[in-house]
Design a protein around this ligand. Structure first.
Ligand code: ATP
Ligand SMILES: Cc1cn([C@H]2C[C@H](O)[C@@H](COP(=O)(O)O)O2)c(=O)[nH]c1=O
Length: 214
């Protein structure tokens, strides 16, 4: 209870999970959320694109409809704007923690790195939609695209527009993620996602404890 009143007096923490499709993020997010809740935190769990009713409708379009690259980038940020206004900013202001599956690093990796969106256009959108706001901690699940692709194929689910991309696309996305992490080492933690789920879980619980506890 002492911890909750401390957070109610201040801003919450914002944790994001990133990585190429099939990296294993989603499998670990529930565990981190459960850990934080067990510690008495109030936690909002969400995802991008999505997280609001409108954002989920945009997600359907983004994952399944062919579109121009710049339309894709702007729709990612439109969904994000709604998500920030409706959920992320109010939660952080109330002292709650937000744990989100992807945020703007994904736009840098997929649209800039993967598809070739001009960096200045990405930077303009980022500065417009969330000036001065970045996650407190970003866990980047890093692994070779061929391992990730085998995991996605093994699920047997129909692949979406991004999951149907070829290996060279995911090589570029991975390289862009690693570049973004190099630019902000205080925020990023690179997780070796080739390891077993149990070993990854133990590591990320340590990182959350060490980097974000008051
Ligand atoms: N460490 C791991 N080792 C082996 N398989 C894993 C590991 N982590 C997750 N998987 C399996 O790989 C598949 C993809 O995992 P998951 O959905 O968590 O990835 P993701 O990063 O969230 O992918 P996406 O971004 O496409 O949703 C699942 O079938 C999951 O069970
Ligand atoms: C936020 C965001 C996402 N994407 C891509 C990355 C994934 O392929 C899908 C989201 O699905 P998942 O459940 O996380 O696998 O969207 C993107 O290209 N750009 C973005 O900004």
């Amino acid at each position: 209870m002492e911890r909750l009143s401390h957070e109610a007096a201040g801003r919450g923490r914002f944790i994001t999970f990133e990585g190429i499709d099939g990296a294993g993020k989603s499998s670990q997010i529930d565990a981190v959320v459960s850990l934080l809740r067990a510690q008495g935190r109030v936690v909002e769990q969400s995802r991008e694109p999505g997280g609001t009713a409108l954002g989920e409708r945009l997600r359907e379009l983004l994952l399944h409809e062919a579109m121009h690259l710049e339309t894709e980038a702007m729709l990612m940020f439109a969904a994000r704007r709604e998500h920030l206004a409706a959920r992320i900013e109010p939660a952080l202001a109330a002292g709650h923690w937000v744990v989100c599956d992807r945020f703007s690093d994904a736009t840098f990796a997929y649209q800039v790195g993967g598809r070739g969106l001009a960096r200045d256009k990405f930077e303009a959108l980022e500065a417009w939609v969330h000036p001065g706001l970045q996650p407190d901690l970003t866990l980047l699940f890093d692994l070779p695209p061929e391992i990730a692709a085998a995991r996605v194929a093994a699920t047997g689910a129909a692949p979406d527009r991004f999951e149907r991309e070829q290996r060279d696309f995911f090589e570029r996305v991975r390289t862009a993620y690693l570049e973004r992490a190099r630019l902000d080492p205080a925020r990023f933690c690179i997780v070796d996602a080739t390891r077993s789920p149990a070993s990854i879980r133990a590591d990320i619980e340590d990182v959350v404890r060490d980097r974000l506890q008051p």
